[in-house]
Design a protein around this ligand. Structure first.
Ligand code: NAD
Length: 306
């Protein structure tokens, strides 16, 4: 089989690979010939409990395909533990080429009722976890002068969503982290990109239909299986994406998106400088038509995937 992706015998860590999108990515990595570290602590959606079984199930699925995998049950959300995840790849397979930061939890609450503990827990897994695992992988990547990061962001951060201040902040933070890694590590041949995935998984599966139309819509959304995000992640991790770094993509069933990144869109200059009053008089009318509407992800992705 030709190896256009260049992933044959490479080593990939996929965090949160015990289910959902991460499992889909781990299987697709193995299909592309990579050896996989399946990292997962097997917690509930809110990050409670813990079990090695989900990771073991993914491992069995990879082995059934004839692939190679090991499991790592260390949490991404602690520096010492994240270092052990990278160590697991180096000890088990002797190298590390790809890190997919995918592990995640949700603790939704409307902002004015958000508990600081729920803020911290979500930031710790998504943003701090992505930093810890990436930072630990940066050492071998730098030494070998190659490596690829793929991080899961979300349209909840890129666009917005109700009741997800912790998650949106973490997911937009991951975009900044990815861009910084892309800039800082380009000199070592290391790339870093983000994906905003869409999937009918346990993160979205709690929607309860109230009308027959909604029930029909949910049936359509169920086609958006977690695995449909995997080809994009594997492509971005591969040599076929050698020139792609610092970018943000999305996958939604059969659609693939490239996102823009924040740049100034209007400017007004006044030689004498501004006062709050002159800003109100001159800048507001000039900018008004260009202000970004207060939209949620669902307002922007207003059509169903087909
Ligand atoms: P999921 O809940 O099915 O899977 C997440 C996995 O992460 C679980 O198996 C869980 O045990 C694991 N995990 C949680 N905390 C961990 C920790 N500290 N260390 C290691 N593993 C840990 O979720 P999913 O829907 O597959 O989401 C995967 C990623 O994609 C997440 O980062 C999520 O924010 C992102 N995402 C998902 C959607 C979607 O539509 N499902 C949309 C946007 C972004």
């Amino acid at each position: 089989m030709s190896d256009v992706l260049g992933l044959q015998d490479k080593v990939a860590i996929v965090t949160g690979a015990g289910g959902g999108i991460g499992r889909g990515i781990a299987l697709e990595m193995a299909r592309a010939g990579a050896r996989v570290v399946i990292n997962d602590i097997g917690v509930s959606l809110a990050g409670e409990g813990g079990s090695a079984s989900p990771a073991e199930e993914t491992k069995a699925m990879i082995e059934e395909m004839g692939g190679q995998a090991v499991i790592s049950t260390d949490s991404v959300s602690d520096w010492e533990s994240a270092k052990r995840i990278v160590q697991c790849a180096l000890v088990s397979f002797g190298r590390l080429d790809v890190v997919v930061n995918n592990a995640g939890i949700l603790r939704d609450a409307i902002f004015h009722k958000m508990d600081p503990a729920d803020w911290r827990a979500v930031i710790d897994v998504h943003l701090n976890g992505s930093f810890y695992v990436s930072r630990a992988a940066a050492d071998p990547f730098r030494q070998q002068m190659s490596g690829a990061f793929v991080h899961m962001t979300s349209t909840s951060g890129l666009i917005g969503n109700f009741g997800q201040a912790n998650y949106s902040a973490a997911k937009l933070g991951i975009v900044g982290l990815s861009k910084s890694i892309a800039l800082d590590m380009a000199r070592f041949g290391v790339r870093s990109n983000c994906i905003a995935p869409f999937a009918w998984s346990r993160m979205t599966g709690s929607l309860q239909p109230k009308t027959p139309e909604e029930a029909e819509r949910i049936e359509r959304l169920k086609q958006m299986t977690p695995e449909t995000n995997a080809p994009l992640a594997v492509f971005l991790a591969s040599n076929a994406a050698a020139d792609v770094s610092g970018q943000i993509f999305a996958a939604r069933l059969n659609e693939v998106f490239l996102f823009n990144q924040t740049r100034p869109i209007r400017s007004v200059h006044k030689a004498e400088g501004w006062t709050p009053e002159t800003l109100a008089e001159r800048v507001l009318p000039a900018f008004k038509a260009s202000l970004t509407p207060l939209e949620r992800s669902g307002d922007v992705f207003a059509w169903d995937p087909v």
